[in-house]
Structures are given as structure tokens and as C-alpha cells.
Design a protein. Structure first.
Length: 222
């Protein structure tokens, strides 16, 4: 597997759950094996790209994936395409794209929340169940944060934290199946086909390929 950790920045997260910075997750997991290192890096990268508009250093780091040898493996090909897209992108264009996709005038082209994908509405029962599970796992909501916890970036950060902490595969699988499996692949497919997306189409393709791999991995590990 290819190491993704070098492409993760250490911005302050603004999630509804109290987490260390994603970069700290990478530096702390030295005792984990290569597969877990890869999974943390992949979740962290997706969280960064879906949480904030990437700046030039971030795009430069992601552009390093362009050197990955494409193969019949969809994930490797998606990583290579993401790197090529990053190398051809400029922050101003990507920032405008991010705004159109996720912010917009009132709302963006996509709504990156689990409740929306599962029910068609925000702040619905899936969010309540997520909050119960987060509390049981020991996560606390940060003061002053209004962002619902079922934002796609927040959930990717939680998965990275669970892996980093050495949480059992059973618990990882339960959390993934309960809160991500029912909609995450559809979100990334929508992102890869979004009219407002250029760089983020490649992000969507990478996300789709990674989620498919993660489903297989967790099903075999439990």
C-alpha cells in the first residue's frame, strides 16, 4: 500500500467532536502496522480536503501522487489521477470550486452530511444515534462548534482516531457500518460527477475507491 501520511496537513479541525489534529494522529501511530498507517493517512487526507479549501502547499503535497504507477488497481489509479489533478490546479480555482460544491448561496451543490443522505433532511435520527455512539466512545463536542457531527470530514477524522487508538476491528467495523457505509460511497460518487467539480472530481474518485477497499478490509478483519 502507498503511504498517504505525507499529504496530511495539521490544521485545527472544526468538527463537532473533540479530536487531536489529524497530523498528530499520523505521528502517534508508530506502533501500528503498515495497513493501519495507510488507513489513517487516507482518512486524514479525505478529512482535510473535505473540511477546508486546500492551499498551495497542500496541493503540492497531493500532486506527489502523480508519480504512482497506474495499474489495474482502481485505488492506485485514483490516487495517480488525484495527483495529476492537484498538479494542474491552483488554490483560487479550487477555493471557488469548494464554495460552489459545499457552501454556495444558501447551500452548495452537495450536502456533505450523513443525515441528509440517509433521510433527505439535516439533524435527523441518524445524527442522534451518531452522537450516542460518539459519547460512548469518549468523544466530546467542542464548545462553540455548531457544525453537526455527521459531516463527512468529521466522520473521516473519527475513523482515523479509532484506528490510531488501536480500537478493535469489531468496533471500527460497527462504527463504519452504523454511520458511514450507508451513504459515504454515494457521496463520493456524487462528488466525482458534480457539475461544479474539477479537482474535486478526482477527490470523489479517490474516495469512492478507498471506501470500496475499506468495506472489503473491514469485512475480512472482523
Amino acid at each position: 500500500m502507498t503511504d498517504l501520511s505525507h499529504a496530511v496537513q495539521t490544521d485545527d479541525p472544526t468538527t463537532g467532536t473533540q479530536l487531536p489534529e489529524t497530523g498528530d494522529l499520523i505521528s502517534q501511530e508508530v506502533c501500528l502496522d503498515e495497513e493501519q498507517h495507510y488507513r489513517i493517512g487516507a482518512y486524514g487526507l479525505l478529512a482535510q480536503l473535505l473540511r477546508h479549501m486546500p492551499d498551495q502547499p497542500m496541493l503540492d503535497q497531493v500532486a506527489g501522487f502523480a508519480g504512482i504507477e497506474p495499474s489495474r488497481d482502481e485505488l492506485a489509479l485514483a490516487m495517480s489521477m488525484l495527483g495529476l489533478s492537484a498538479s494542474d490546479s491552483r488554490p483560487e480555482a479550487v477555493n471557488s470550486e469548494f464554495h460552489d460544491l459545499f457552501i454556495g448561496m444558501g447551500r452548495g451543490e452537495l450536502v456533505p452530511y450523513g443525515s441528509w443522505y440517509l433521510t433527505g433532511f439535516l439533524m435527523e435520527k441518524p445524527l442522534g444515534r451518531l452522537r450516542d455512539d460518539l459519547a460512548e466512545l469518549g468523544f466530546q463536542r467542542q464548545e462553540g462548534v455548531t457544525e453537526p457531527e455527521d459531516h463527512v470530514a468529521a466522520l473521516c477524522e473519527v475513523m482515523a482516531m479509532l484506528i490510531n487508538d488501536g480500537t478493535s476491528f469489531q468496533q471500527q467495523s460497527h462504527f463504519f457500518e452504523a454511520h458511514l457505509a450507508g451513504w459515504l460511497e454515494r457521496f463520493f460518487t456524487d462528488l466525482s460527477e458534480a457539475k461544479s467539480a474539477v479537482f474535486y472530481r478526482a477527490v470523489g474518485r479517490f474516495g469512492t475507491a478507498f471506501v470500496a477497499m475499506e468495506k472489503r478490509y473491514l469485512s475480512m478483519s472482523v
